[in-house]
Design a protein around this ligand. Structure first.
Ligand SMILES: O=C(CO)[C@H](O)[C@H](O)COP(=O)(O)O
Length: 284
Protein backbone atom coordinates (compact mmCIF):
# COMPACT_ATOMS: atom_id res chain seq x y z
CA UNK A 1 0.00 0.00 0.00
CA UNK A 2 1.29 3.48 -0.70
CA UNK A 3 -0.07 6.89 -0.05
CA UNK A 4 0.49 9.89 -2.28
CA UNK A 5 1.42 13.32 -1.05
CA UNK A 6 2.28 16.77 -2.36
CA UNK A 7 3.86 18.00 0.88
CA UNK A 8 5.87 21.12 0.17
CA UNK A 9 4.90 21.03 -3.49
CA UNK A 10 3.88 24.72 -3.39
CA UNK A 11 2.96 25.84 -6.89
CA UNK A 12 3.33 22.42 -8.49
CA UNK A 13 0.41 21.50 -10.68
CA UNK A 14 -1.93 18.68 -9.72
CA UNK A 15 -0.53 16.53 -12.53
CA UNK A 16 3.04 17.03 -11.24
CA UNK A 17 1.91 15.98 -7.80
CA UNK A 18 1.06 12.55 -9.09
CA UNK A 19 4.77 11.76 -9.17
CA UNK A 20 5.34 12.55 -5.49
CA UNK A 21 4.87 9.04 -4.21
CA UNK A 22 5.87 8.48 -0.59
CA UNK A 23 6.05 4.80 0.36
CA UNK A 24 3.98 3.71 3.35
CA UNK A 25 7.19 2.87 5.26
CA UNK A 26 8.40 6.48 4.91
CA UNK A 27 5.05 7.84 6.07
CA UNK A 28 5.24 5.56 9.06
CA UNK A 29 8.69 6.94 9.93
CA UNK A 30 7.55 10.56 9.54
CA UNK A 31 4.51 9.98 11.74
CA UNK A 32 6.52 8.09 14.33
CA UNK A 33 9.08 10.86 14.72
CA UNK A 34 6.72 13.82 14.59
CA UNK A 35 5.93 15.63 17.85
CA UNK A 36 2.51 15.02 19.40
CA UNK A 37 -0.31 17.25 18.25
CA UNK A 38 -0.93 18.93 21.58
CA UNK A 39 2.60 18.84 22.90
CA UNK A 40 6.06 20.26 22.37
CA UNK A 41 8.86 18.49 20.48
CA UNK A 42 10.77 17.96 23.73
CA UNK A 43 9.48 18.30 27.27
CA UNK A 44 11.16 20.97 29.36
CA UNK A 45 10.89 22.11 32.94
CA UNK A 46 9.93 25.67 33.78
CA UNK A 47 13.67 26.38 33.99
CA UNK A 48 14.16 25.14 30.43
CA UNK A 49 15.99 21.95 31.44
CA UNK A 50 15.15 18.76 29.55
CA UNK A 51 13.14 16.21 31.49
CA UNK A 52 15.15 13.02 31.44
CA UNK A 53 12.58 10.52 32.73
CA UNK A 54 11.56 9.52 29.20
CA UNK A 55 12.89 11.15 26.05
CA UNK A 56 9.58 10.76 24.24
CA UNK A 57 6.89 13.41 24.70
CA UNK A 58 3.62 12.25 26.22
CA UNK A 59 1.25 10.89 23.58
CA UNK A 60 -2.44 10.25 24.13
CA UNK A 61 -3.89 7.30 22.21
CA UNK A 62 -7.68 7.05 22.49
CA UNK A 63 -8.91 3.45 22.35
CA UNK A 64 -11.90 3.21 20.03
CA UNK A 65 -13.18 0.36 22.17
CA UNK A 66 -14.95 3.14 24.09
CA UNK A 67 -16.20 4.93 20.96
CA UNK A 68 -19.62 4.71 19.27
CA UNK A 69 -19.53 1.35 17.45
CA UNK A 70 -22.00 2.64 14.87
CA UNK A 71 -19.78 5.57 13.96
CA UNK A 72 -16.11 4.59 14.03
CA UNK A 73 -14.85 6.70 11.12
CA UNK A 74 -16.34 9.88 12.54
CA UNK A 75 -15.13 8.96 16.04
CA UNK A 76 -11.53 8.62 14.81
CA UNK A 77 -11.72 11.98 13.05
CA UNK A 78 -13.27 13.62 16.10
CA UNK A 79 -10.63 12.16 18.42
CA UNK A 80 -7.80 13.43 16.22
CA UNK A 81 -9.44 16.83 15.84
CA UNK A 82 -9.66 16.89 19.64
CA UNK A 83 -5.90 16.40 19.97
CA UNK A 84 -5.33 12.65 19.96
CA UNK A 85 -1.78 11.74 18.94
CA UNK A 86 -2.46 8.13 17.95
CA UNK A 87 -5.64 6.11 17.47
CA UNK A 88 -5.55 2.79 19.33
CA UNK A 89 -7.42 -0.18 17.86
CA UNK A 90 -7.94 -3.25 20.08
CA UNK A 91 -8.17 -6.47 18.11
CA UNK A 92 -9.70 -9.28 20.22
CA UNK A 93 -10.36 -12.86 19.19
CA UNK A 94 -12.60 -14.36 21.87
CA UNK A 95 -9.86 -16.90 22.55
CA UNK A 96 -6.72 -15.16 23.80
CA UNK A 97 -9.05 -12.64 25.48
CA UNK A 98 -12.74 -13.08 26.35
CA UNK A 99 -14.12 -10.56 23.86
CA UNK A 100 -14.51 -10.16 20.09
CA UNK A 101 -13.86 -6.90 18.29
CA UNK A 102 -12.20 -5.96 15.01
CA UNK A 103 -10.25 -7.53 12.16
CA UNK A 104 -8.06 -6.27 9.32
CA UNK A 105 -11.07 -5.26 7.21
CA UNK A 106 -12.11 -2.87 9.96
CA UNK A 107 -8.60 -1.38 10.11
CA UNK A 108 -8.58 -0.95 6.34
CA UNK A 109 -11.93 0.83 6.51
CA UNK A 110 -10.68 3.10 9.31
CA UNK A 111 -7.40 3.99 7.59
CA UNK A 112 -8.78 6.91 5.50
CA UNK A 113 -10.31 8.36 8.68
CA UNK A 114 -7.01 8.43 10.62
CA UNK A 115 -4.48 11.08 9.62
CA UNK A 116 -1.84 10.03 12.11
CA UNK A 117 -0.68 6.80 13.67
CA UNK A 118 -2.94 3.75 13.70
CA UNK A 119 -1.76 1.80 16.73
CA UNK A 120 -3.12 -1.75 16.46
CA UNK A 121 -3.02 -3.96 19.55
CA UNK A 122 -3.36 -7.62 18.62
CA UNK A 123 -4.95 -9.56 21.48
CA UNK A 124 -5.14 -12.71 19.39
CA UNK A 125 -3.52 -16.13 19.25
CA UNK A 126 -2.10 -17.22 16.93
CA UNK A 127 -0.85 -13.86 15.63
CA UNK A 128 1.43 -14.69 12.73
CA UNK A 129 -1.20 -15.67 10.13
CA UNK A 130 -2.76 -12.19 10.37
CA UNK A 131 0.28 -9.89 10.42
CA UNK A 132 0.44 -9.23 6.68
CA UNK A 133 -3.29 -8.53 6.52
CA UNK A 134 -3.04 -5.89 9.27
CA UNK A 135 0.05 -4.39 7.61
CA UNK A 136 -1.80 -4.23 4.29
CA UNK A 137 -4.71 -2.61 6.11
CA UNK A 138 -2.45 0.33 6.96
CA UNK A 139 -1.43 -0.26 10.58
CA UNK A 140 1.55 1.86 11.64
CA UNK A 141 2.24 -0.12 14.81
CA UNK A 142 1.39 -3.76 15.46
CA UNK A 143 1.70 -4.95 19.05
CA UNK A 144 1.59 -8.65 19.89
CA UNK A 145 1.45 -10.24 23.33
CA UNK A 146 4.45 -12.06 24.71
CA UNK A 147 1.96 -14.55 26.20
CA UNK A 148 0.23 -15.28 22.87
CA UNK A 149 2.97 -17.59 21.64
CA UNK A 150 4.17 -19.71 20.18
CA UNK A 151 7.22 -17.71 18.99
CA UNK A 152 7.13 -14.04 19.92
CA UNK A 153 10.58 -13.37 18.43
CA UNK A 154 9.45 -14.73 15.06
CA UNK A 155 6.24 -12.70 15.32
CA UNK A 156 8.20 -9.48 15.87
CA UNK A 157 10.50 -10.32 12.97
CA UNK A 158 7.44 -10.79 10.77
CA UNK A 159 5.93 -7.47 11.88
CA UNK A 160 9.11 -5.59 11.02
CA UNK A 161 9.49 -7.49 7.77
CA UNK A 162 6.02 -6.23 6.86
CA UNK A 163 7.32 -2.65 7.23
CA UNK A 164 5.43 -1.88 10.43
CA UNK A 165 6.67 -0.74 13.85
CA UNK A 166 6.72 -3.67 16.26
CA UNK A 167 5.36 -3.67 19.79
CA UNK A 168 5.24 -6.30 22.49
CA UNK A 169 2.60 -6.29 25.22
CA UNK A 170 2.92 -7.63 28.76
CA UNK A 171 -0.14 -8.76 30.69
CA UNK A 172 -0.45 -8.22 34.42
CA UNK A 173 1.31 -11.26 35.85
CA UNK A 174 4.06 -11.18 33.22
CA UNK A 175 7.33 -9.65 34.45
CA UNK A 176 9.15 -6.96 32.51
CA UNK A 177 12.04 -9.39 32.09
CA UNK A 178 9.94 -11.34 29.56
CA UNK A 179 10.70 -8.53 27.10
CA UNK A 180 14.44 -8.46 27.84
CA UNK A 181 15.46 -10.80 24.99
CA UNK A 182 13.29 -8.78 22.59
CA UNK A 183 14.71 -5.31 23.12
CA UNK A 184 16.44 -5.20 19.76
CA UNK A 185 13.22 -6.33 18.07
CA UNK A 186 10.75 -3.76 19.38
CA UNK A 187 9.81 -0.12 18.92
CA UNK A 188 7.26 -0.19 21.73
CA UNK A 189 6.54 -2.11 24.94
CA UNK A 190 2.93 -2.03 26.09
CA UNK A 191 2.36 -2.63 29.80
CA UNK A 192 -1.22 -3.73 30.37
CA UNK A 193 -2.64 -2.01 33.42
CA UNK A 194 -5.84 -4.09 33.30
CA UNK A 195 -6.40 -7.69 32.31
CA UNK A 196 -7.00 -7.45 28.56
CA UNK A 197 -10.45 -7.88 27.08
CA UNK A 198 -12.66 -5.01 28.15
CA UNK A 199 -12.62 -1.26 28.50
CA UNK A 200 -13.73 0.53 31.64
CA UNK A 201 -11.83 -1.66 34.11
CA UNK A 202 -9.98 -0.46 37.20
CA UNK A 203 -6.31 0.36 36.90
CA UNK A 204 -4.04 -2.30 38.46
CA UNK A 205 -1.62 -0.22 40.53
CA UNK A 206 0.92 -3.03 40.95
CA UNK A 207 1.68 -2.62 37.24
CA UNK A 208 3.46 0.65 38.04
CA UNK A 209 6.44 -1.43 39.13
CA UNK A 210 6.39 -3.27 35.79
CA UNK A 211 6.50 0.09 34.00
CA UNK A 212 9.47 1.13 36.16
CA UNK A 213 11.19 -2.18 35.44
CA UNK A 214 10.64 -1.75 31.70
CA UNK A 215 11.97 1.79 31.88
CA UNK A 216 15.11 0.66 33.68
CA UNK A 217 15.56 -2.26 31.29
CA UNK A 218 15.37 -0.29 28.04
CA UNK A 219 18.01 2.24 29.14
CA UNK A 220 18.58 4.77 26.38
CA UNK A 221 17.00 2.69 23.62
CA UNK A 222 14.35 4.79 21.78
CA UNK A 223 11.56 2.36 22.70
CA UNK A 224 8.14 3.77 23.53
CA UNK A 225 6.54 2.63 26.78
CA UNK A 226 2.79 2.40 26.33
CA UNK A 227 0.26 1.80 29.09
CA UNK A 228 -3.17 0.40 28.39
CA UNK A 229 -6.12 0.17 30.74
CA UNK A 230 -7.74 2.38 33.35
CA UNK A 231 -5.73 5.46 32.37
CA UNK A 232 -7.42 8.72 33.36
CA UNK A 233 -6.50 12.01 35.03
CA UNK A 234 -6.00 10.22 38.37
CA UNK A 235 -3.69 7.46 37.10
CA UNK A 236 -1.89 9.40 34.34
CA UNK A 237 0.52 11.09 36.79
CA UNK A 238 1.59 7.73 38.22
CA UNK A 239 2.18 6.09 34.84
CA UNK A 240 4.10 9.13 33.59
CA UNK A 241 6.29 9.14 36.71
CA UNK A 242 6.92 5.43 36.25
CA UNK A 243 8.20 6.09 32.72
CA UNK A 244 5.31 5.66 30.28
CA UNK A 245 5.04 8.00 27.29
CA UNK A 246 2.10 6.58 25.26
CA UNK A 247 -1.11 6.64 27.30
CA UNK A 248 -3.95 4.57 25.86
CA UNK A 249 -7.26 5.78 27.23
CA UNK A 250 -10.72 4.70 26.14
CA UNK A 251 -13.40 5.57 28.68
CA UNK A 252 -11.53 8.62 29.96
CA UNK A 253 -11.36 10.17 26.47
CA UNK A 254 -14.77 9.30 25.03
CA UNK A 255 -16.85 9.87 28.16
CA UNK A 256 -19.21 12.81 28.15
CA UNK A 257 -18.98 13.48 24.41
CA UNK A 258 -20.06 12.28 20.97
CA UNK A 259 -19.24 13.07 17.36
CA UNK A 260 -22.02 15.65 17.49
CA UNK A 261 -20.62 17.13 20.70
CA UNK A 262 -16.88 16.44 20.61
CA UNK A 263 -15.77 19.25 22.94
CA UNK A 264 -15.62 16.79 25.82
CA UNK A 265 -13.08 14.69 23.91
CA UNK A 266 -10.77 17.69 23.64
CA UNK A 267 -11.19 18.61 27.30
CA UNK A 268 -10.57 15.01 28.36
CA UNK A 269 -7.42 14.69 26.24
CA UNK A 270 -6.06 18.02 27.46
CA UNK A 271 -6.69 17.02 31.08
CA UNK A 272 -5.02 13.60 30.78
CA UNK A 273 -2.01 15.07 28.96
CA UNK A 274 -1.69 17.92 31.49
CA UNK A 275 -1.84 15.48 34.41
CA UNK A 276 0.92 13.34 32.90
CA UNK A 277 3.15 16.23 31.85
CA UNK A 278 2.81 17.99 35.16
CA UNK A 279 3.87 14.81 37.00
CA UNK A 280 6.94 14.57 34.78
CA UNK A 281 7.71 18.23 35.36
CA UNK A 282 7.63 17.70 39.13
CA UNK A 283 10.29 15.00 38.80
CA UNK A 284 12.75 17.26 37.03
O1 LIG B 1 -6.98 -2.88 25.74
C1 LIG B 1 -7.96 -2.58 26.31
C2 LIG B 1 -8.70 -3.59 27.06
O2 LIG B 1 -8.12 -4.82 26.86
C3 LIG B 1 -8.42 -1.14 26.23
O3 LIG B 1 -7.65 -0.45 25.26
C4 LIG B 1 -8.21 -0.46 27.52
O4 LIG B 1 -8.87 -1.14 28.54
C5 LIG B 1 -8.59 1.00 27.44
O5 LIG B 1 -9.85 1.18 27.88
P1 LIG B 1 -10.14 2.01 29.20
O6 LIG B 1 -9.37 3.28 29.09
O7 LIG B 1 -11.61 2.19 29.15
O8 LIG B 1 -9.65 1.18 30.37
Amino acid sequence: MSKTACAGAGSLSVSACRFWIIPASTWSEILWQSPPRGGKPALQTAKGDAVVTNSHPIRIAPSILAADFANFGAECRAAEDAGADWIHVDVMDGHFVPNLTFGPAMCKALRPHIRGTMDVHLMIAPVDPYIQAFADAGADVLTAHVEAGPHIHRTLQAIRAAGVKAGVALNPGTPASAAQPLLDMVDLICVMTVNPGFGGQSFIASQLQTIRDVKAMIGDRPIHIEVDGGVDTKTAPDVARAGADVLVAGSAVFRGGSVEAPDAYGANIVAIRAAAESARGEMA
